[in-house]
Design a binder for this molecule. Sequence first.
Ligand SMILES: [Zn+2]
Length: 207
Amino acid sequence: MAFETRFCSNCATPLEWITQAEDSGDVSRLRCPACGFTHWGNPTPVLAAVVENDRGQALLARNALWQEGVFGLITGFMEAGESPETGICREVLEETGLQVKALRLLGSWEFLRMNQVLIAYHVRVAGNPDDVRLSPELLEYRWVTPEAARCWPAGTGYALAHWIRDKGVEPQFGAFRPGQSPEPDPAKWPLRPWSEDARFQLPPTLA
Ligand SMILES: [Zn+2]
């Protein structure tokens, strides 16, 4: 079921599309005609991890809601009161039973359809590959090498591509689900490093 916000969360008056002056000019948004509350609809932060074991393999897992053969990264919602780093360590432990021993940021990507922003980490975990204990929301898992891994054209897939590239392997893209396009978004892959300092990326074109 899809949910939409229809009432003011402050005073319960039905929201209306109201145009108001903002920094960027006049903008129409869902606003409350009674108390002035604006429903911004900001994206929800989602955390993701490329979980790597001591053998240099990454963990991919199949969500219980996904069809056979579809595997992705470990993900979860960031909770109120925690940092992104705390959140991803908590999610990895909850969903795989594995303890994070080190982590680094891979990047952040938008997921427009779900109005989410993905914050993705590369995490190293202790233990053996068969120590994984999946949460009920995950059905099965597998460990993949950078050479065998296939990326997909979505935020989590680009995060995986960064992990593969950092291993010195050229990332290969494939469809996430059968029938979907495997082609990466040219704005996101391949990377477009700044000529003066390759740690930087060229900015996107503003609409
Ligand atoms: Zn209100």
